[in-house]
Design a protein around this ligand. Structure first.
Ligand SMILES: *Cc1c(COP(=O)(O)O)cnc(C)c1O
Length: 402
């Protein structure tokens, strides 16, 4: 440098040494010896699927979130579809959901012949804006499907009130929010049905798996039928032949295995510790990144305790000399596994083809999308990992600041 200032570290994207030698993923599972032990025991038992561990995991999960029933599924996506079925959504019906989510939150409506309708999000939390939802409700609307973006609960009281007013069912996509609370209530005990995912990047894992929680026995019954071919396994056996069962609706094989269930049960015992670790990391990010003028931190309302599935920041692009893609590539080159959550669902080619261009339909979500970058956040992350992210971001932001 000609002005005598100490040379800033060369960016890895320009051939400099990366901050880390090995890539840090944005999310990662954590498997302990006790998990392995539990799975091995099941592998040596009589039940690999639909055995005692399924029921035990469901009961423990229902208790953990404060719901009467929990019905497990082979994935969070299957669980979402099951919830849409249980809500009696049919061809021609509409469901209002967020565009700023994983596509499964909307696809579940398409699977059952319904149409996803996208309402915009609040600028602070990036969860569904209840006023925007109200404007999208029509005579065909059957369900509202809020998403707890990043683990921050959606505005559930306003959404439940709107649903009551119009006779709608609320399915909360709580895939990011296991362990979060909203106005002192646990996510999983608020909506008519709440859906969780046990994909390895989520708070607890079963490999693949999902769960729906509800307080209503009729939903629980429909969910159980749907995940197992539409079969009712316990018709009145006294009046029937002993082999008798009946298929009463069109279902699928969406069952969670005993192997997955025992892993989930074991993981659930560490949920509080996982949450504490994620909250500590989020706080550390807040402190370390709060001084960077080019970064807008994720915002938390006063009436929630988020579960921190991801840590999404927004870039003040006006204060940077590079666009989001360049910052993103520069961070990846430093071996920081950044991600973007999410491309607004209706901008995907399939949705464009099917519903036409909806560009500009949800301006807050689209504006957020153009600025978002998620930083690594998982309960097994070390202090050193976190320091690497902060150092890499400071390095990249400094290089591209005006
Ligand atoms: C993870 C996730 C799902 C479900 O995913 P599966 O991989 O099918 O378990 C649904 N919605 C959101 C918002 C998710 O993050």
């Amino acid at each position: 440098m000609s002005n005598g200032a100490p040379a800033a570290a060369e960016l890895a994207i320009n051939g400099g040494a990366p901050v880390r030698d090995r890539p840090l993923p944005y999310g990662h599972h954590c498997i302990e010896d006790e998990d392995v032990q539990a799975v091995v025991e099941v592998l040596r038992s009589d039940w690999l699927t639909t055995g005692p561990n399924v029921r035990e995991f469901e009961e423990a999960f229902a208790a953990a979130v404060g719901a009467r029933y929990a019905v497990s599924f082979s994935s969070g996506t299957a669980a979402l579809q099951g919830a849409v079925f249980a809500a009696d959504v049919r061809a021609g019906d509409e469901g209002v959901t967020s565009p700023l989510t994983f596509c499964a939150s909307a696809n579940c409506l398409l699977y059952q012949g319904a149409t996803p309708v996208f309402a915009d999000v609040c600028d602070d939390t990036l969860t569904l804006d209840p006023d925007a939802v109200a404007r999208r409700i029509t005579l065909r609307t059957k369900v509202l499907l809020p998403v707890d973006y990043a683990g921050h609960p959606a505005e559930m009281d306003a959404i439940m009130t709107a649903a009551d007013r119009h006779g709608l069912v609320v399915i909360e996509d709580a895939s990011h929010a296991l362990g979060a609370t909203y106005r002192g209530r646990r996510v999983g005990s608020i909506a008519h049905m709440s859906v969780f995912s046990f994909h390895p990047v989520k708070h607890i894992t079963t490999g693949e798996g999902g769960m729906v929680t509800t307080d209503r026995p009729e939903y629980a019954q429909r969910l159980r039928r749907f995940r197992s071919h539409g079969i009712e396994y316990a018709p009145d056996r006294r009046r029937r032949e002993p082999w008798y069962y009946e298929m009463v609706c069109l279902g699928y094989n969406y069952r969670l295995t005993d192997i997955g269930s025992v892993l989930g049960r074991s993981q659930l015992r560490r949920l509080d510790a996982n949450l504490a670790a994620r909250r500590k990391l989020a706080k550390a990010y807040d402190v370390a990144l709060g001084t960077l003028p080019a970064i807008r931190l994720p915002e938390v309302r006063g009436d929630v305790e988020p579960a921190w599935h991801i840590y999404p920041v927004r870039l003040w692009l006006e204060r940077l000399t590079a666009d989001r893609a360049t910052i993103f590539r520069a961070l990846r080159a430093e071996n920081i596994g950044v991600q973007v959550h999410y491309i607004p669902v209706y901008l995907h080619p399939y949705y464009r083809r099917r519903f036409g261009s909806l560009q500009g339909h949800c301006p807050v979500a689209e504006e957020a999308y153009s600025r978002l970058i998620s930083f690594p956040l998982f309960h097994g992350m070390t202090d050193r990992d976190l320091e690497d992210v902060v150092q890499a971001l400071a390095k990249v932001v400094r290089a591209y600041s005006q």
